[in-house]
Write a protein that binds this ligand. Sequence first.
Ligand code: GAL
Length: 684
Amino acid sequence: MRQLTPVDPHDSPAGRLAPVVPRLAGIAYGGDYNPEQWPAEVWREDVALMREAGVNLVSVGIFAWAMLEPAPGRYDFGWLDRVLELLDRAGIGVDLGTPTAAPPPWFLHRNPQARPVTRDGRVLGGGARQSFCPSSPAYADAAAAITERLARRYAGHPALMLWHAHNEYGGANAFCYCPVSAAAFRQWLRARYGTLEALNEAWGTAFWSQRYGDWAEIEPPVTAPTAVNPAQELDFYRFSADAHLANFRRERDILHRLSPGTPVTTNFMLANCKNIDYWRWAGELDLISNDHYLRAERADNHIELAMCADLTRSVAGGRPWLLLEHSTGAVNWQPRNIAKRPGELRRNSLAHLARGADGIMFFQWRASRSGAEKFHSAMLPHGGTGTRIWRDVVDLGATVRGLADLRGSRVVADAAVLWDWESWWALELDWRPSVDVTFRERVEAYYERLWRAHLTVDFAHPAASLDAYPLVIAPSLYLTTPAAAQNLRRYVAGGGTLVVSYFSGIVDGNDAVHPGGYPGALRELLGLSVEEFLPLRAGETVRLNGSAPDGGATADVWAERVVPAGAAVEWSYLDGPAAGLPAVTRHRYGRGTAWYVSTRLSGTDLDGVLARAYADAGVVPPAGVPDAVELVRRRGQGVEYLIAINHGECDARLPGAGLEMTTGTTVAGHLVVPAGEVRVLRTP
Ligand code: GAL
């Protein structure tokens, strides 16, 4: 078992981390504010109501390009000057947007070659947002020009707290296949490979007569008669994400140059954006921000919320982060936009806070009258201040104010889950052994079991240092680079406990199979090989001799022909294509242990395996906590905060003593968390 230093990896001697928005006192509270959609008379009311709700930060101007630059090179900042002045006089800080996610109609009209083109060659139009090619030089020039103007005008403005570059990079225009993008892709490939020989080798172009003799022959992976070269697909993911990163860097550098000292952020979409490798972006921002929207129809959507918040904190390197957008109620873009139930808004917001957010913001302040998002909930609904949502927003503002003390404290994690965008991309390309194997499915399945065990998870890149964690889980690591494989071996050899799920360690960074048999990158560490994949039919299940009370477990989707080479067999298949063969194995490696789970176990069947891994790792899930109670700890200098969120319908009693911060009461012995409520216990 690993002898751990039980601190998080980002410990700072000061005990607290630097505030997420240095010039802002307390926790940030507010939302996207789009005053350009309203006559000036409404602005005064907005500001008065913001004060009533305890709003201290608003994101302004994100989609206001056409109002700021109504014609190319003709600017109108007067209205924004007035808005910022009103906000400043009310003591409300501004997170000022560069409006570059929605170029005005004149831009596309003048630059038709900047329209994005889909994989199947359709040219997309305007009248929406994000209609531009990410590699377009015309777009780059126009975006840089408006960013410069804004930065020059508002640098040093007393209301300015933060710059908000763009909006959700890669959200609607992640990929573009136009001729400009194709040329940029070729340039990117030249920089990556240097020679055509190296590219041909990396892409395995001997297959299907794909060998390139001239750079000009290479296209983006457009729609083709059949499956396109997977290495080409992977590189196009990388290239496209880099194109967006270049757009971000351009704006950030302008803002840093002209508005030094004001941090720059942009709103990520962790973990719901597959297209951007956010690990690569992490070091580029002054602070990490995220947008999160519930998958409202799911009964357990608060677990997915927790996962996204944990991933955000992890991308932030354990430092505090900002929740820049979530919703007070229903969104408007899901098939059925389920409204939040009483208490849900509060639970959702405080769950983000529990998991490291030092700011709770919404899309948006006032519900729009017109446009595509008019049925999206807001802090101030169409029904105004007589509504439940408004009352909840005001209450939450007061609660958040009372929790200012949590600012800069750090979340304490019990285990790490590996997350790699490149592996996600590769796993879900064409022609894999089973369409039922997807990246997020396994990550969420394992995450859920840890959540239900009241354990807190950090996410980690597979090549990152894992030394701070007694337990690491690799739910889906199809693409495993040699560096990641070596990192995992080192981690286990040093005493760590690792749990690896099926179809991991299979290919390298070019989607080429690791030599010597599956799972090439992890064979030695797991003490086994996999001779053959045995995916199951839709709906087919297999039985395992497991650890559940009835002695068995049921699995589906996947089985394998596992051949142990040092690993001990802990569970076996009782039937199905792998009947009689190992299903779950455990391998002592150096001072640690590596588990392998070769099939899709869910729910309590997965708990059976995890309980054994917890024991190996010395991880002890808190006992006696009701199932529906979410528990997270944040640690500051000499204090610990226990945040308990009761998602259930019965009151919960937890052992604890200290100051309960939401009610201001002193707790001795037992903390009661009423059904649907949140409590924050501060203990020295
Ligand atoms: C976000 C976006 C916002 C708004 C919101 C609605 O993805 O950044 O501008 O559209 O969705 O849920």
